[in-house]
Design a protein. Sequence first.
Length: 157
Amino acid sequence: MIAAVVLAIAVVGIAGTLAASYQQQKAQVATAEATQLARQLMEEISAKPFVVASTEADTPGWSSGNTNRNQYDDVGDYNGFNDVSTSIKTLGGDTQSIGTAGPYTRSVTVVAGPIPTGYSTPSLSIDDFKTVTITVTRPNAAPVVVSKVFTKIKVSG
């Protein structure tokens, strides 16, 4: 009888530990998925030029109502962009079902500046830099935020 009680207490303790471990693992998967979604979009944006060459026509971006990312021709076109993991589209237009802990929502902001420390010269302006911030929100968890500063000037390191 005593052995059965001790065994029951041990099983309850182990079950609690396993449940907590499972919840932690599930949260880590959700964070990894959100981070990957943010990084994927940042890589796509990084492949675009800072601004459209003066010899080319500028195609409007998201904030002008153009939802076709295939037509985006510079970093600024992504400002205001958002999508949900139940309808994330590739550049080719295919819809992807992504995330086991979703739905995730991705949003992008593109703002001028700042001028990084050490690059403040009279020849530079805030418009020579853009900060792109991608925020991925998910249910019942803190958002994942990825930011990157872009520039049109040559930065020597």
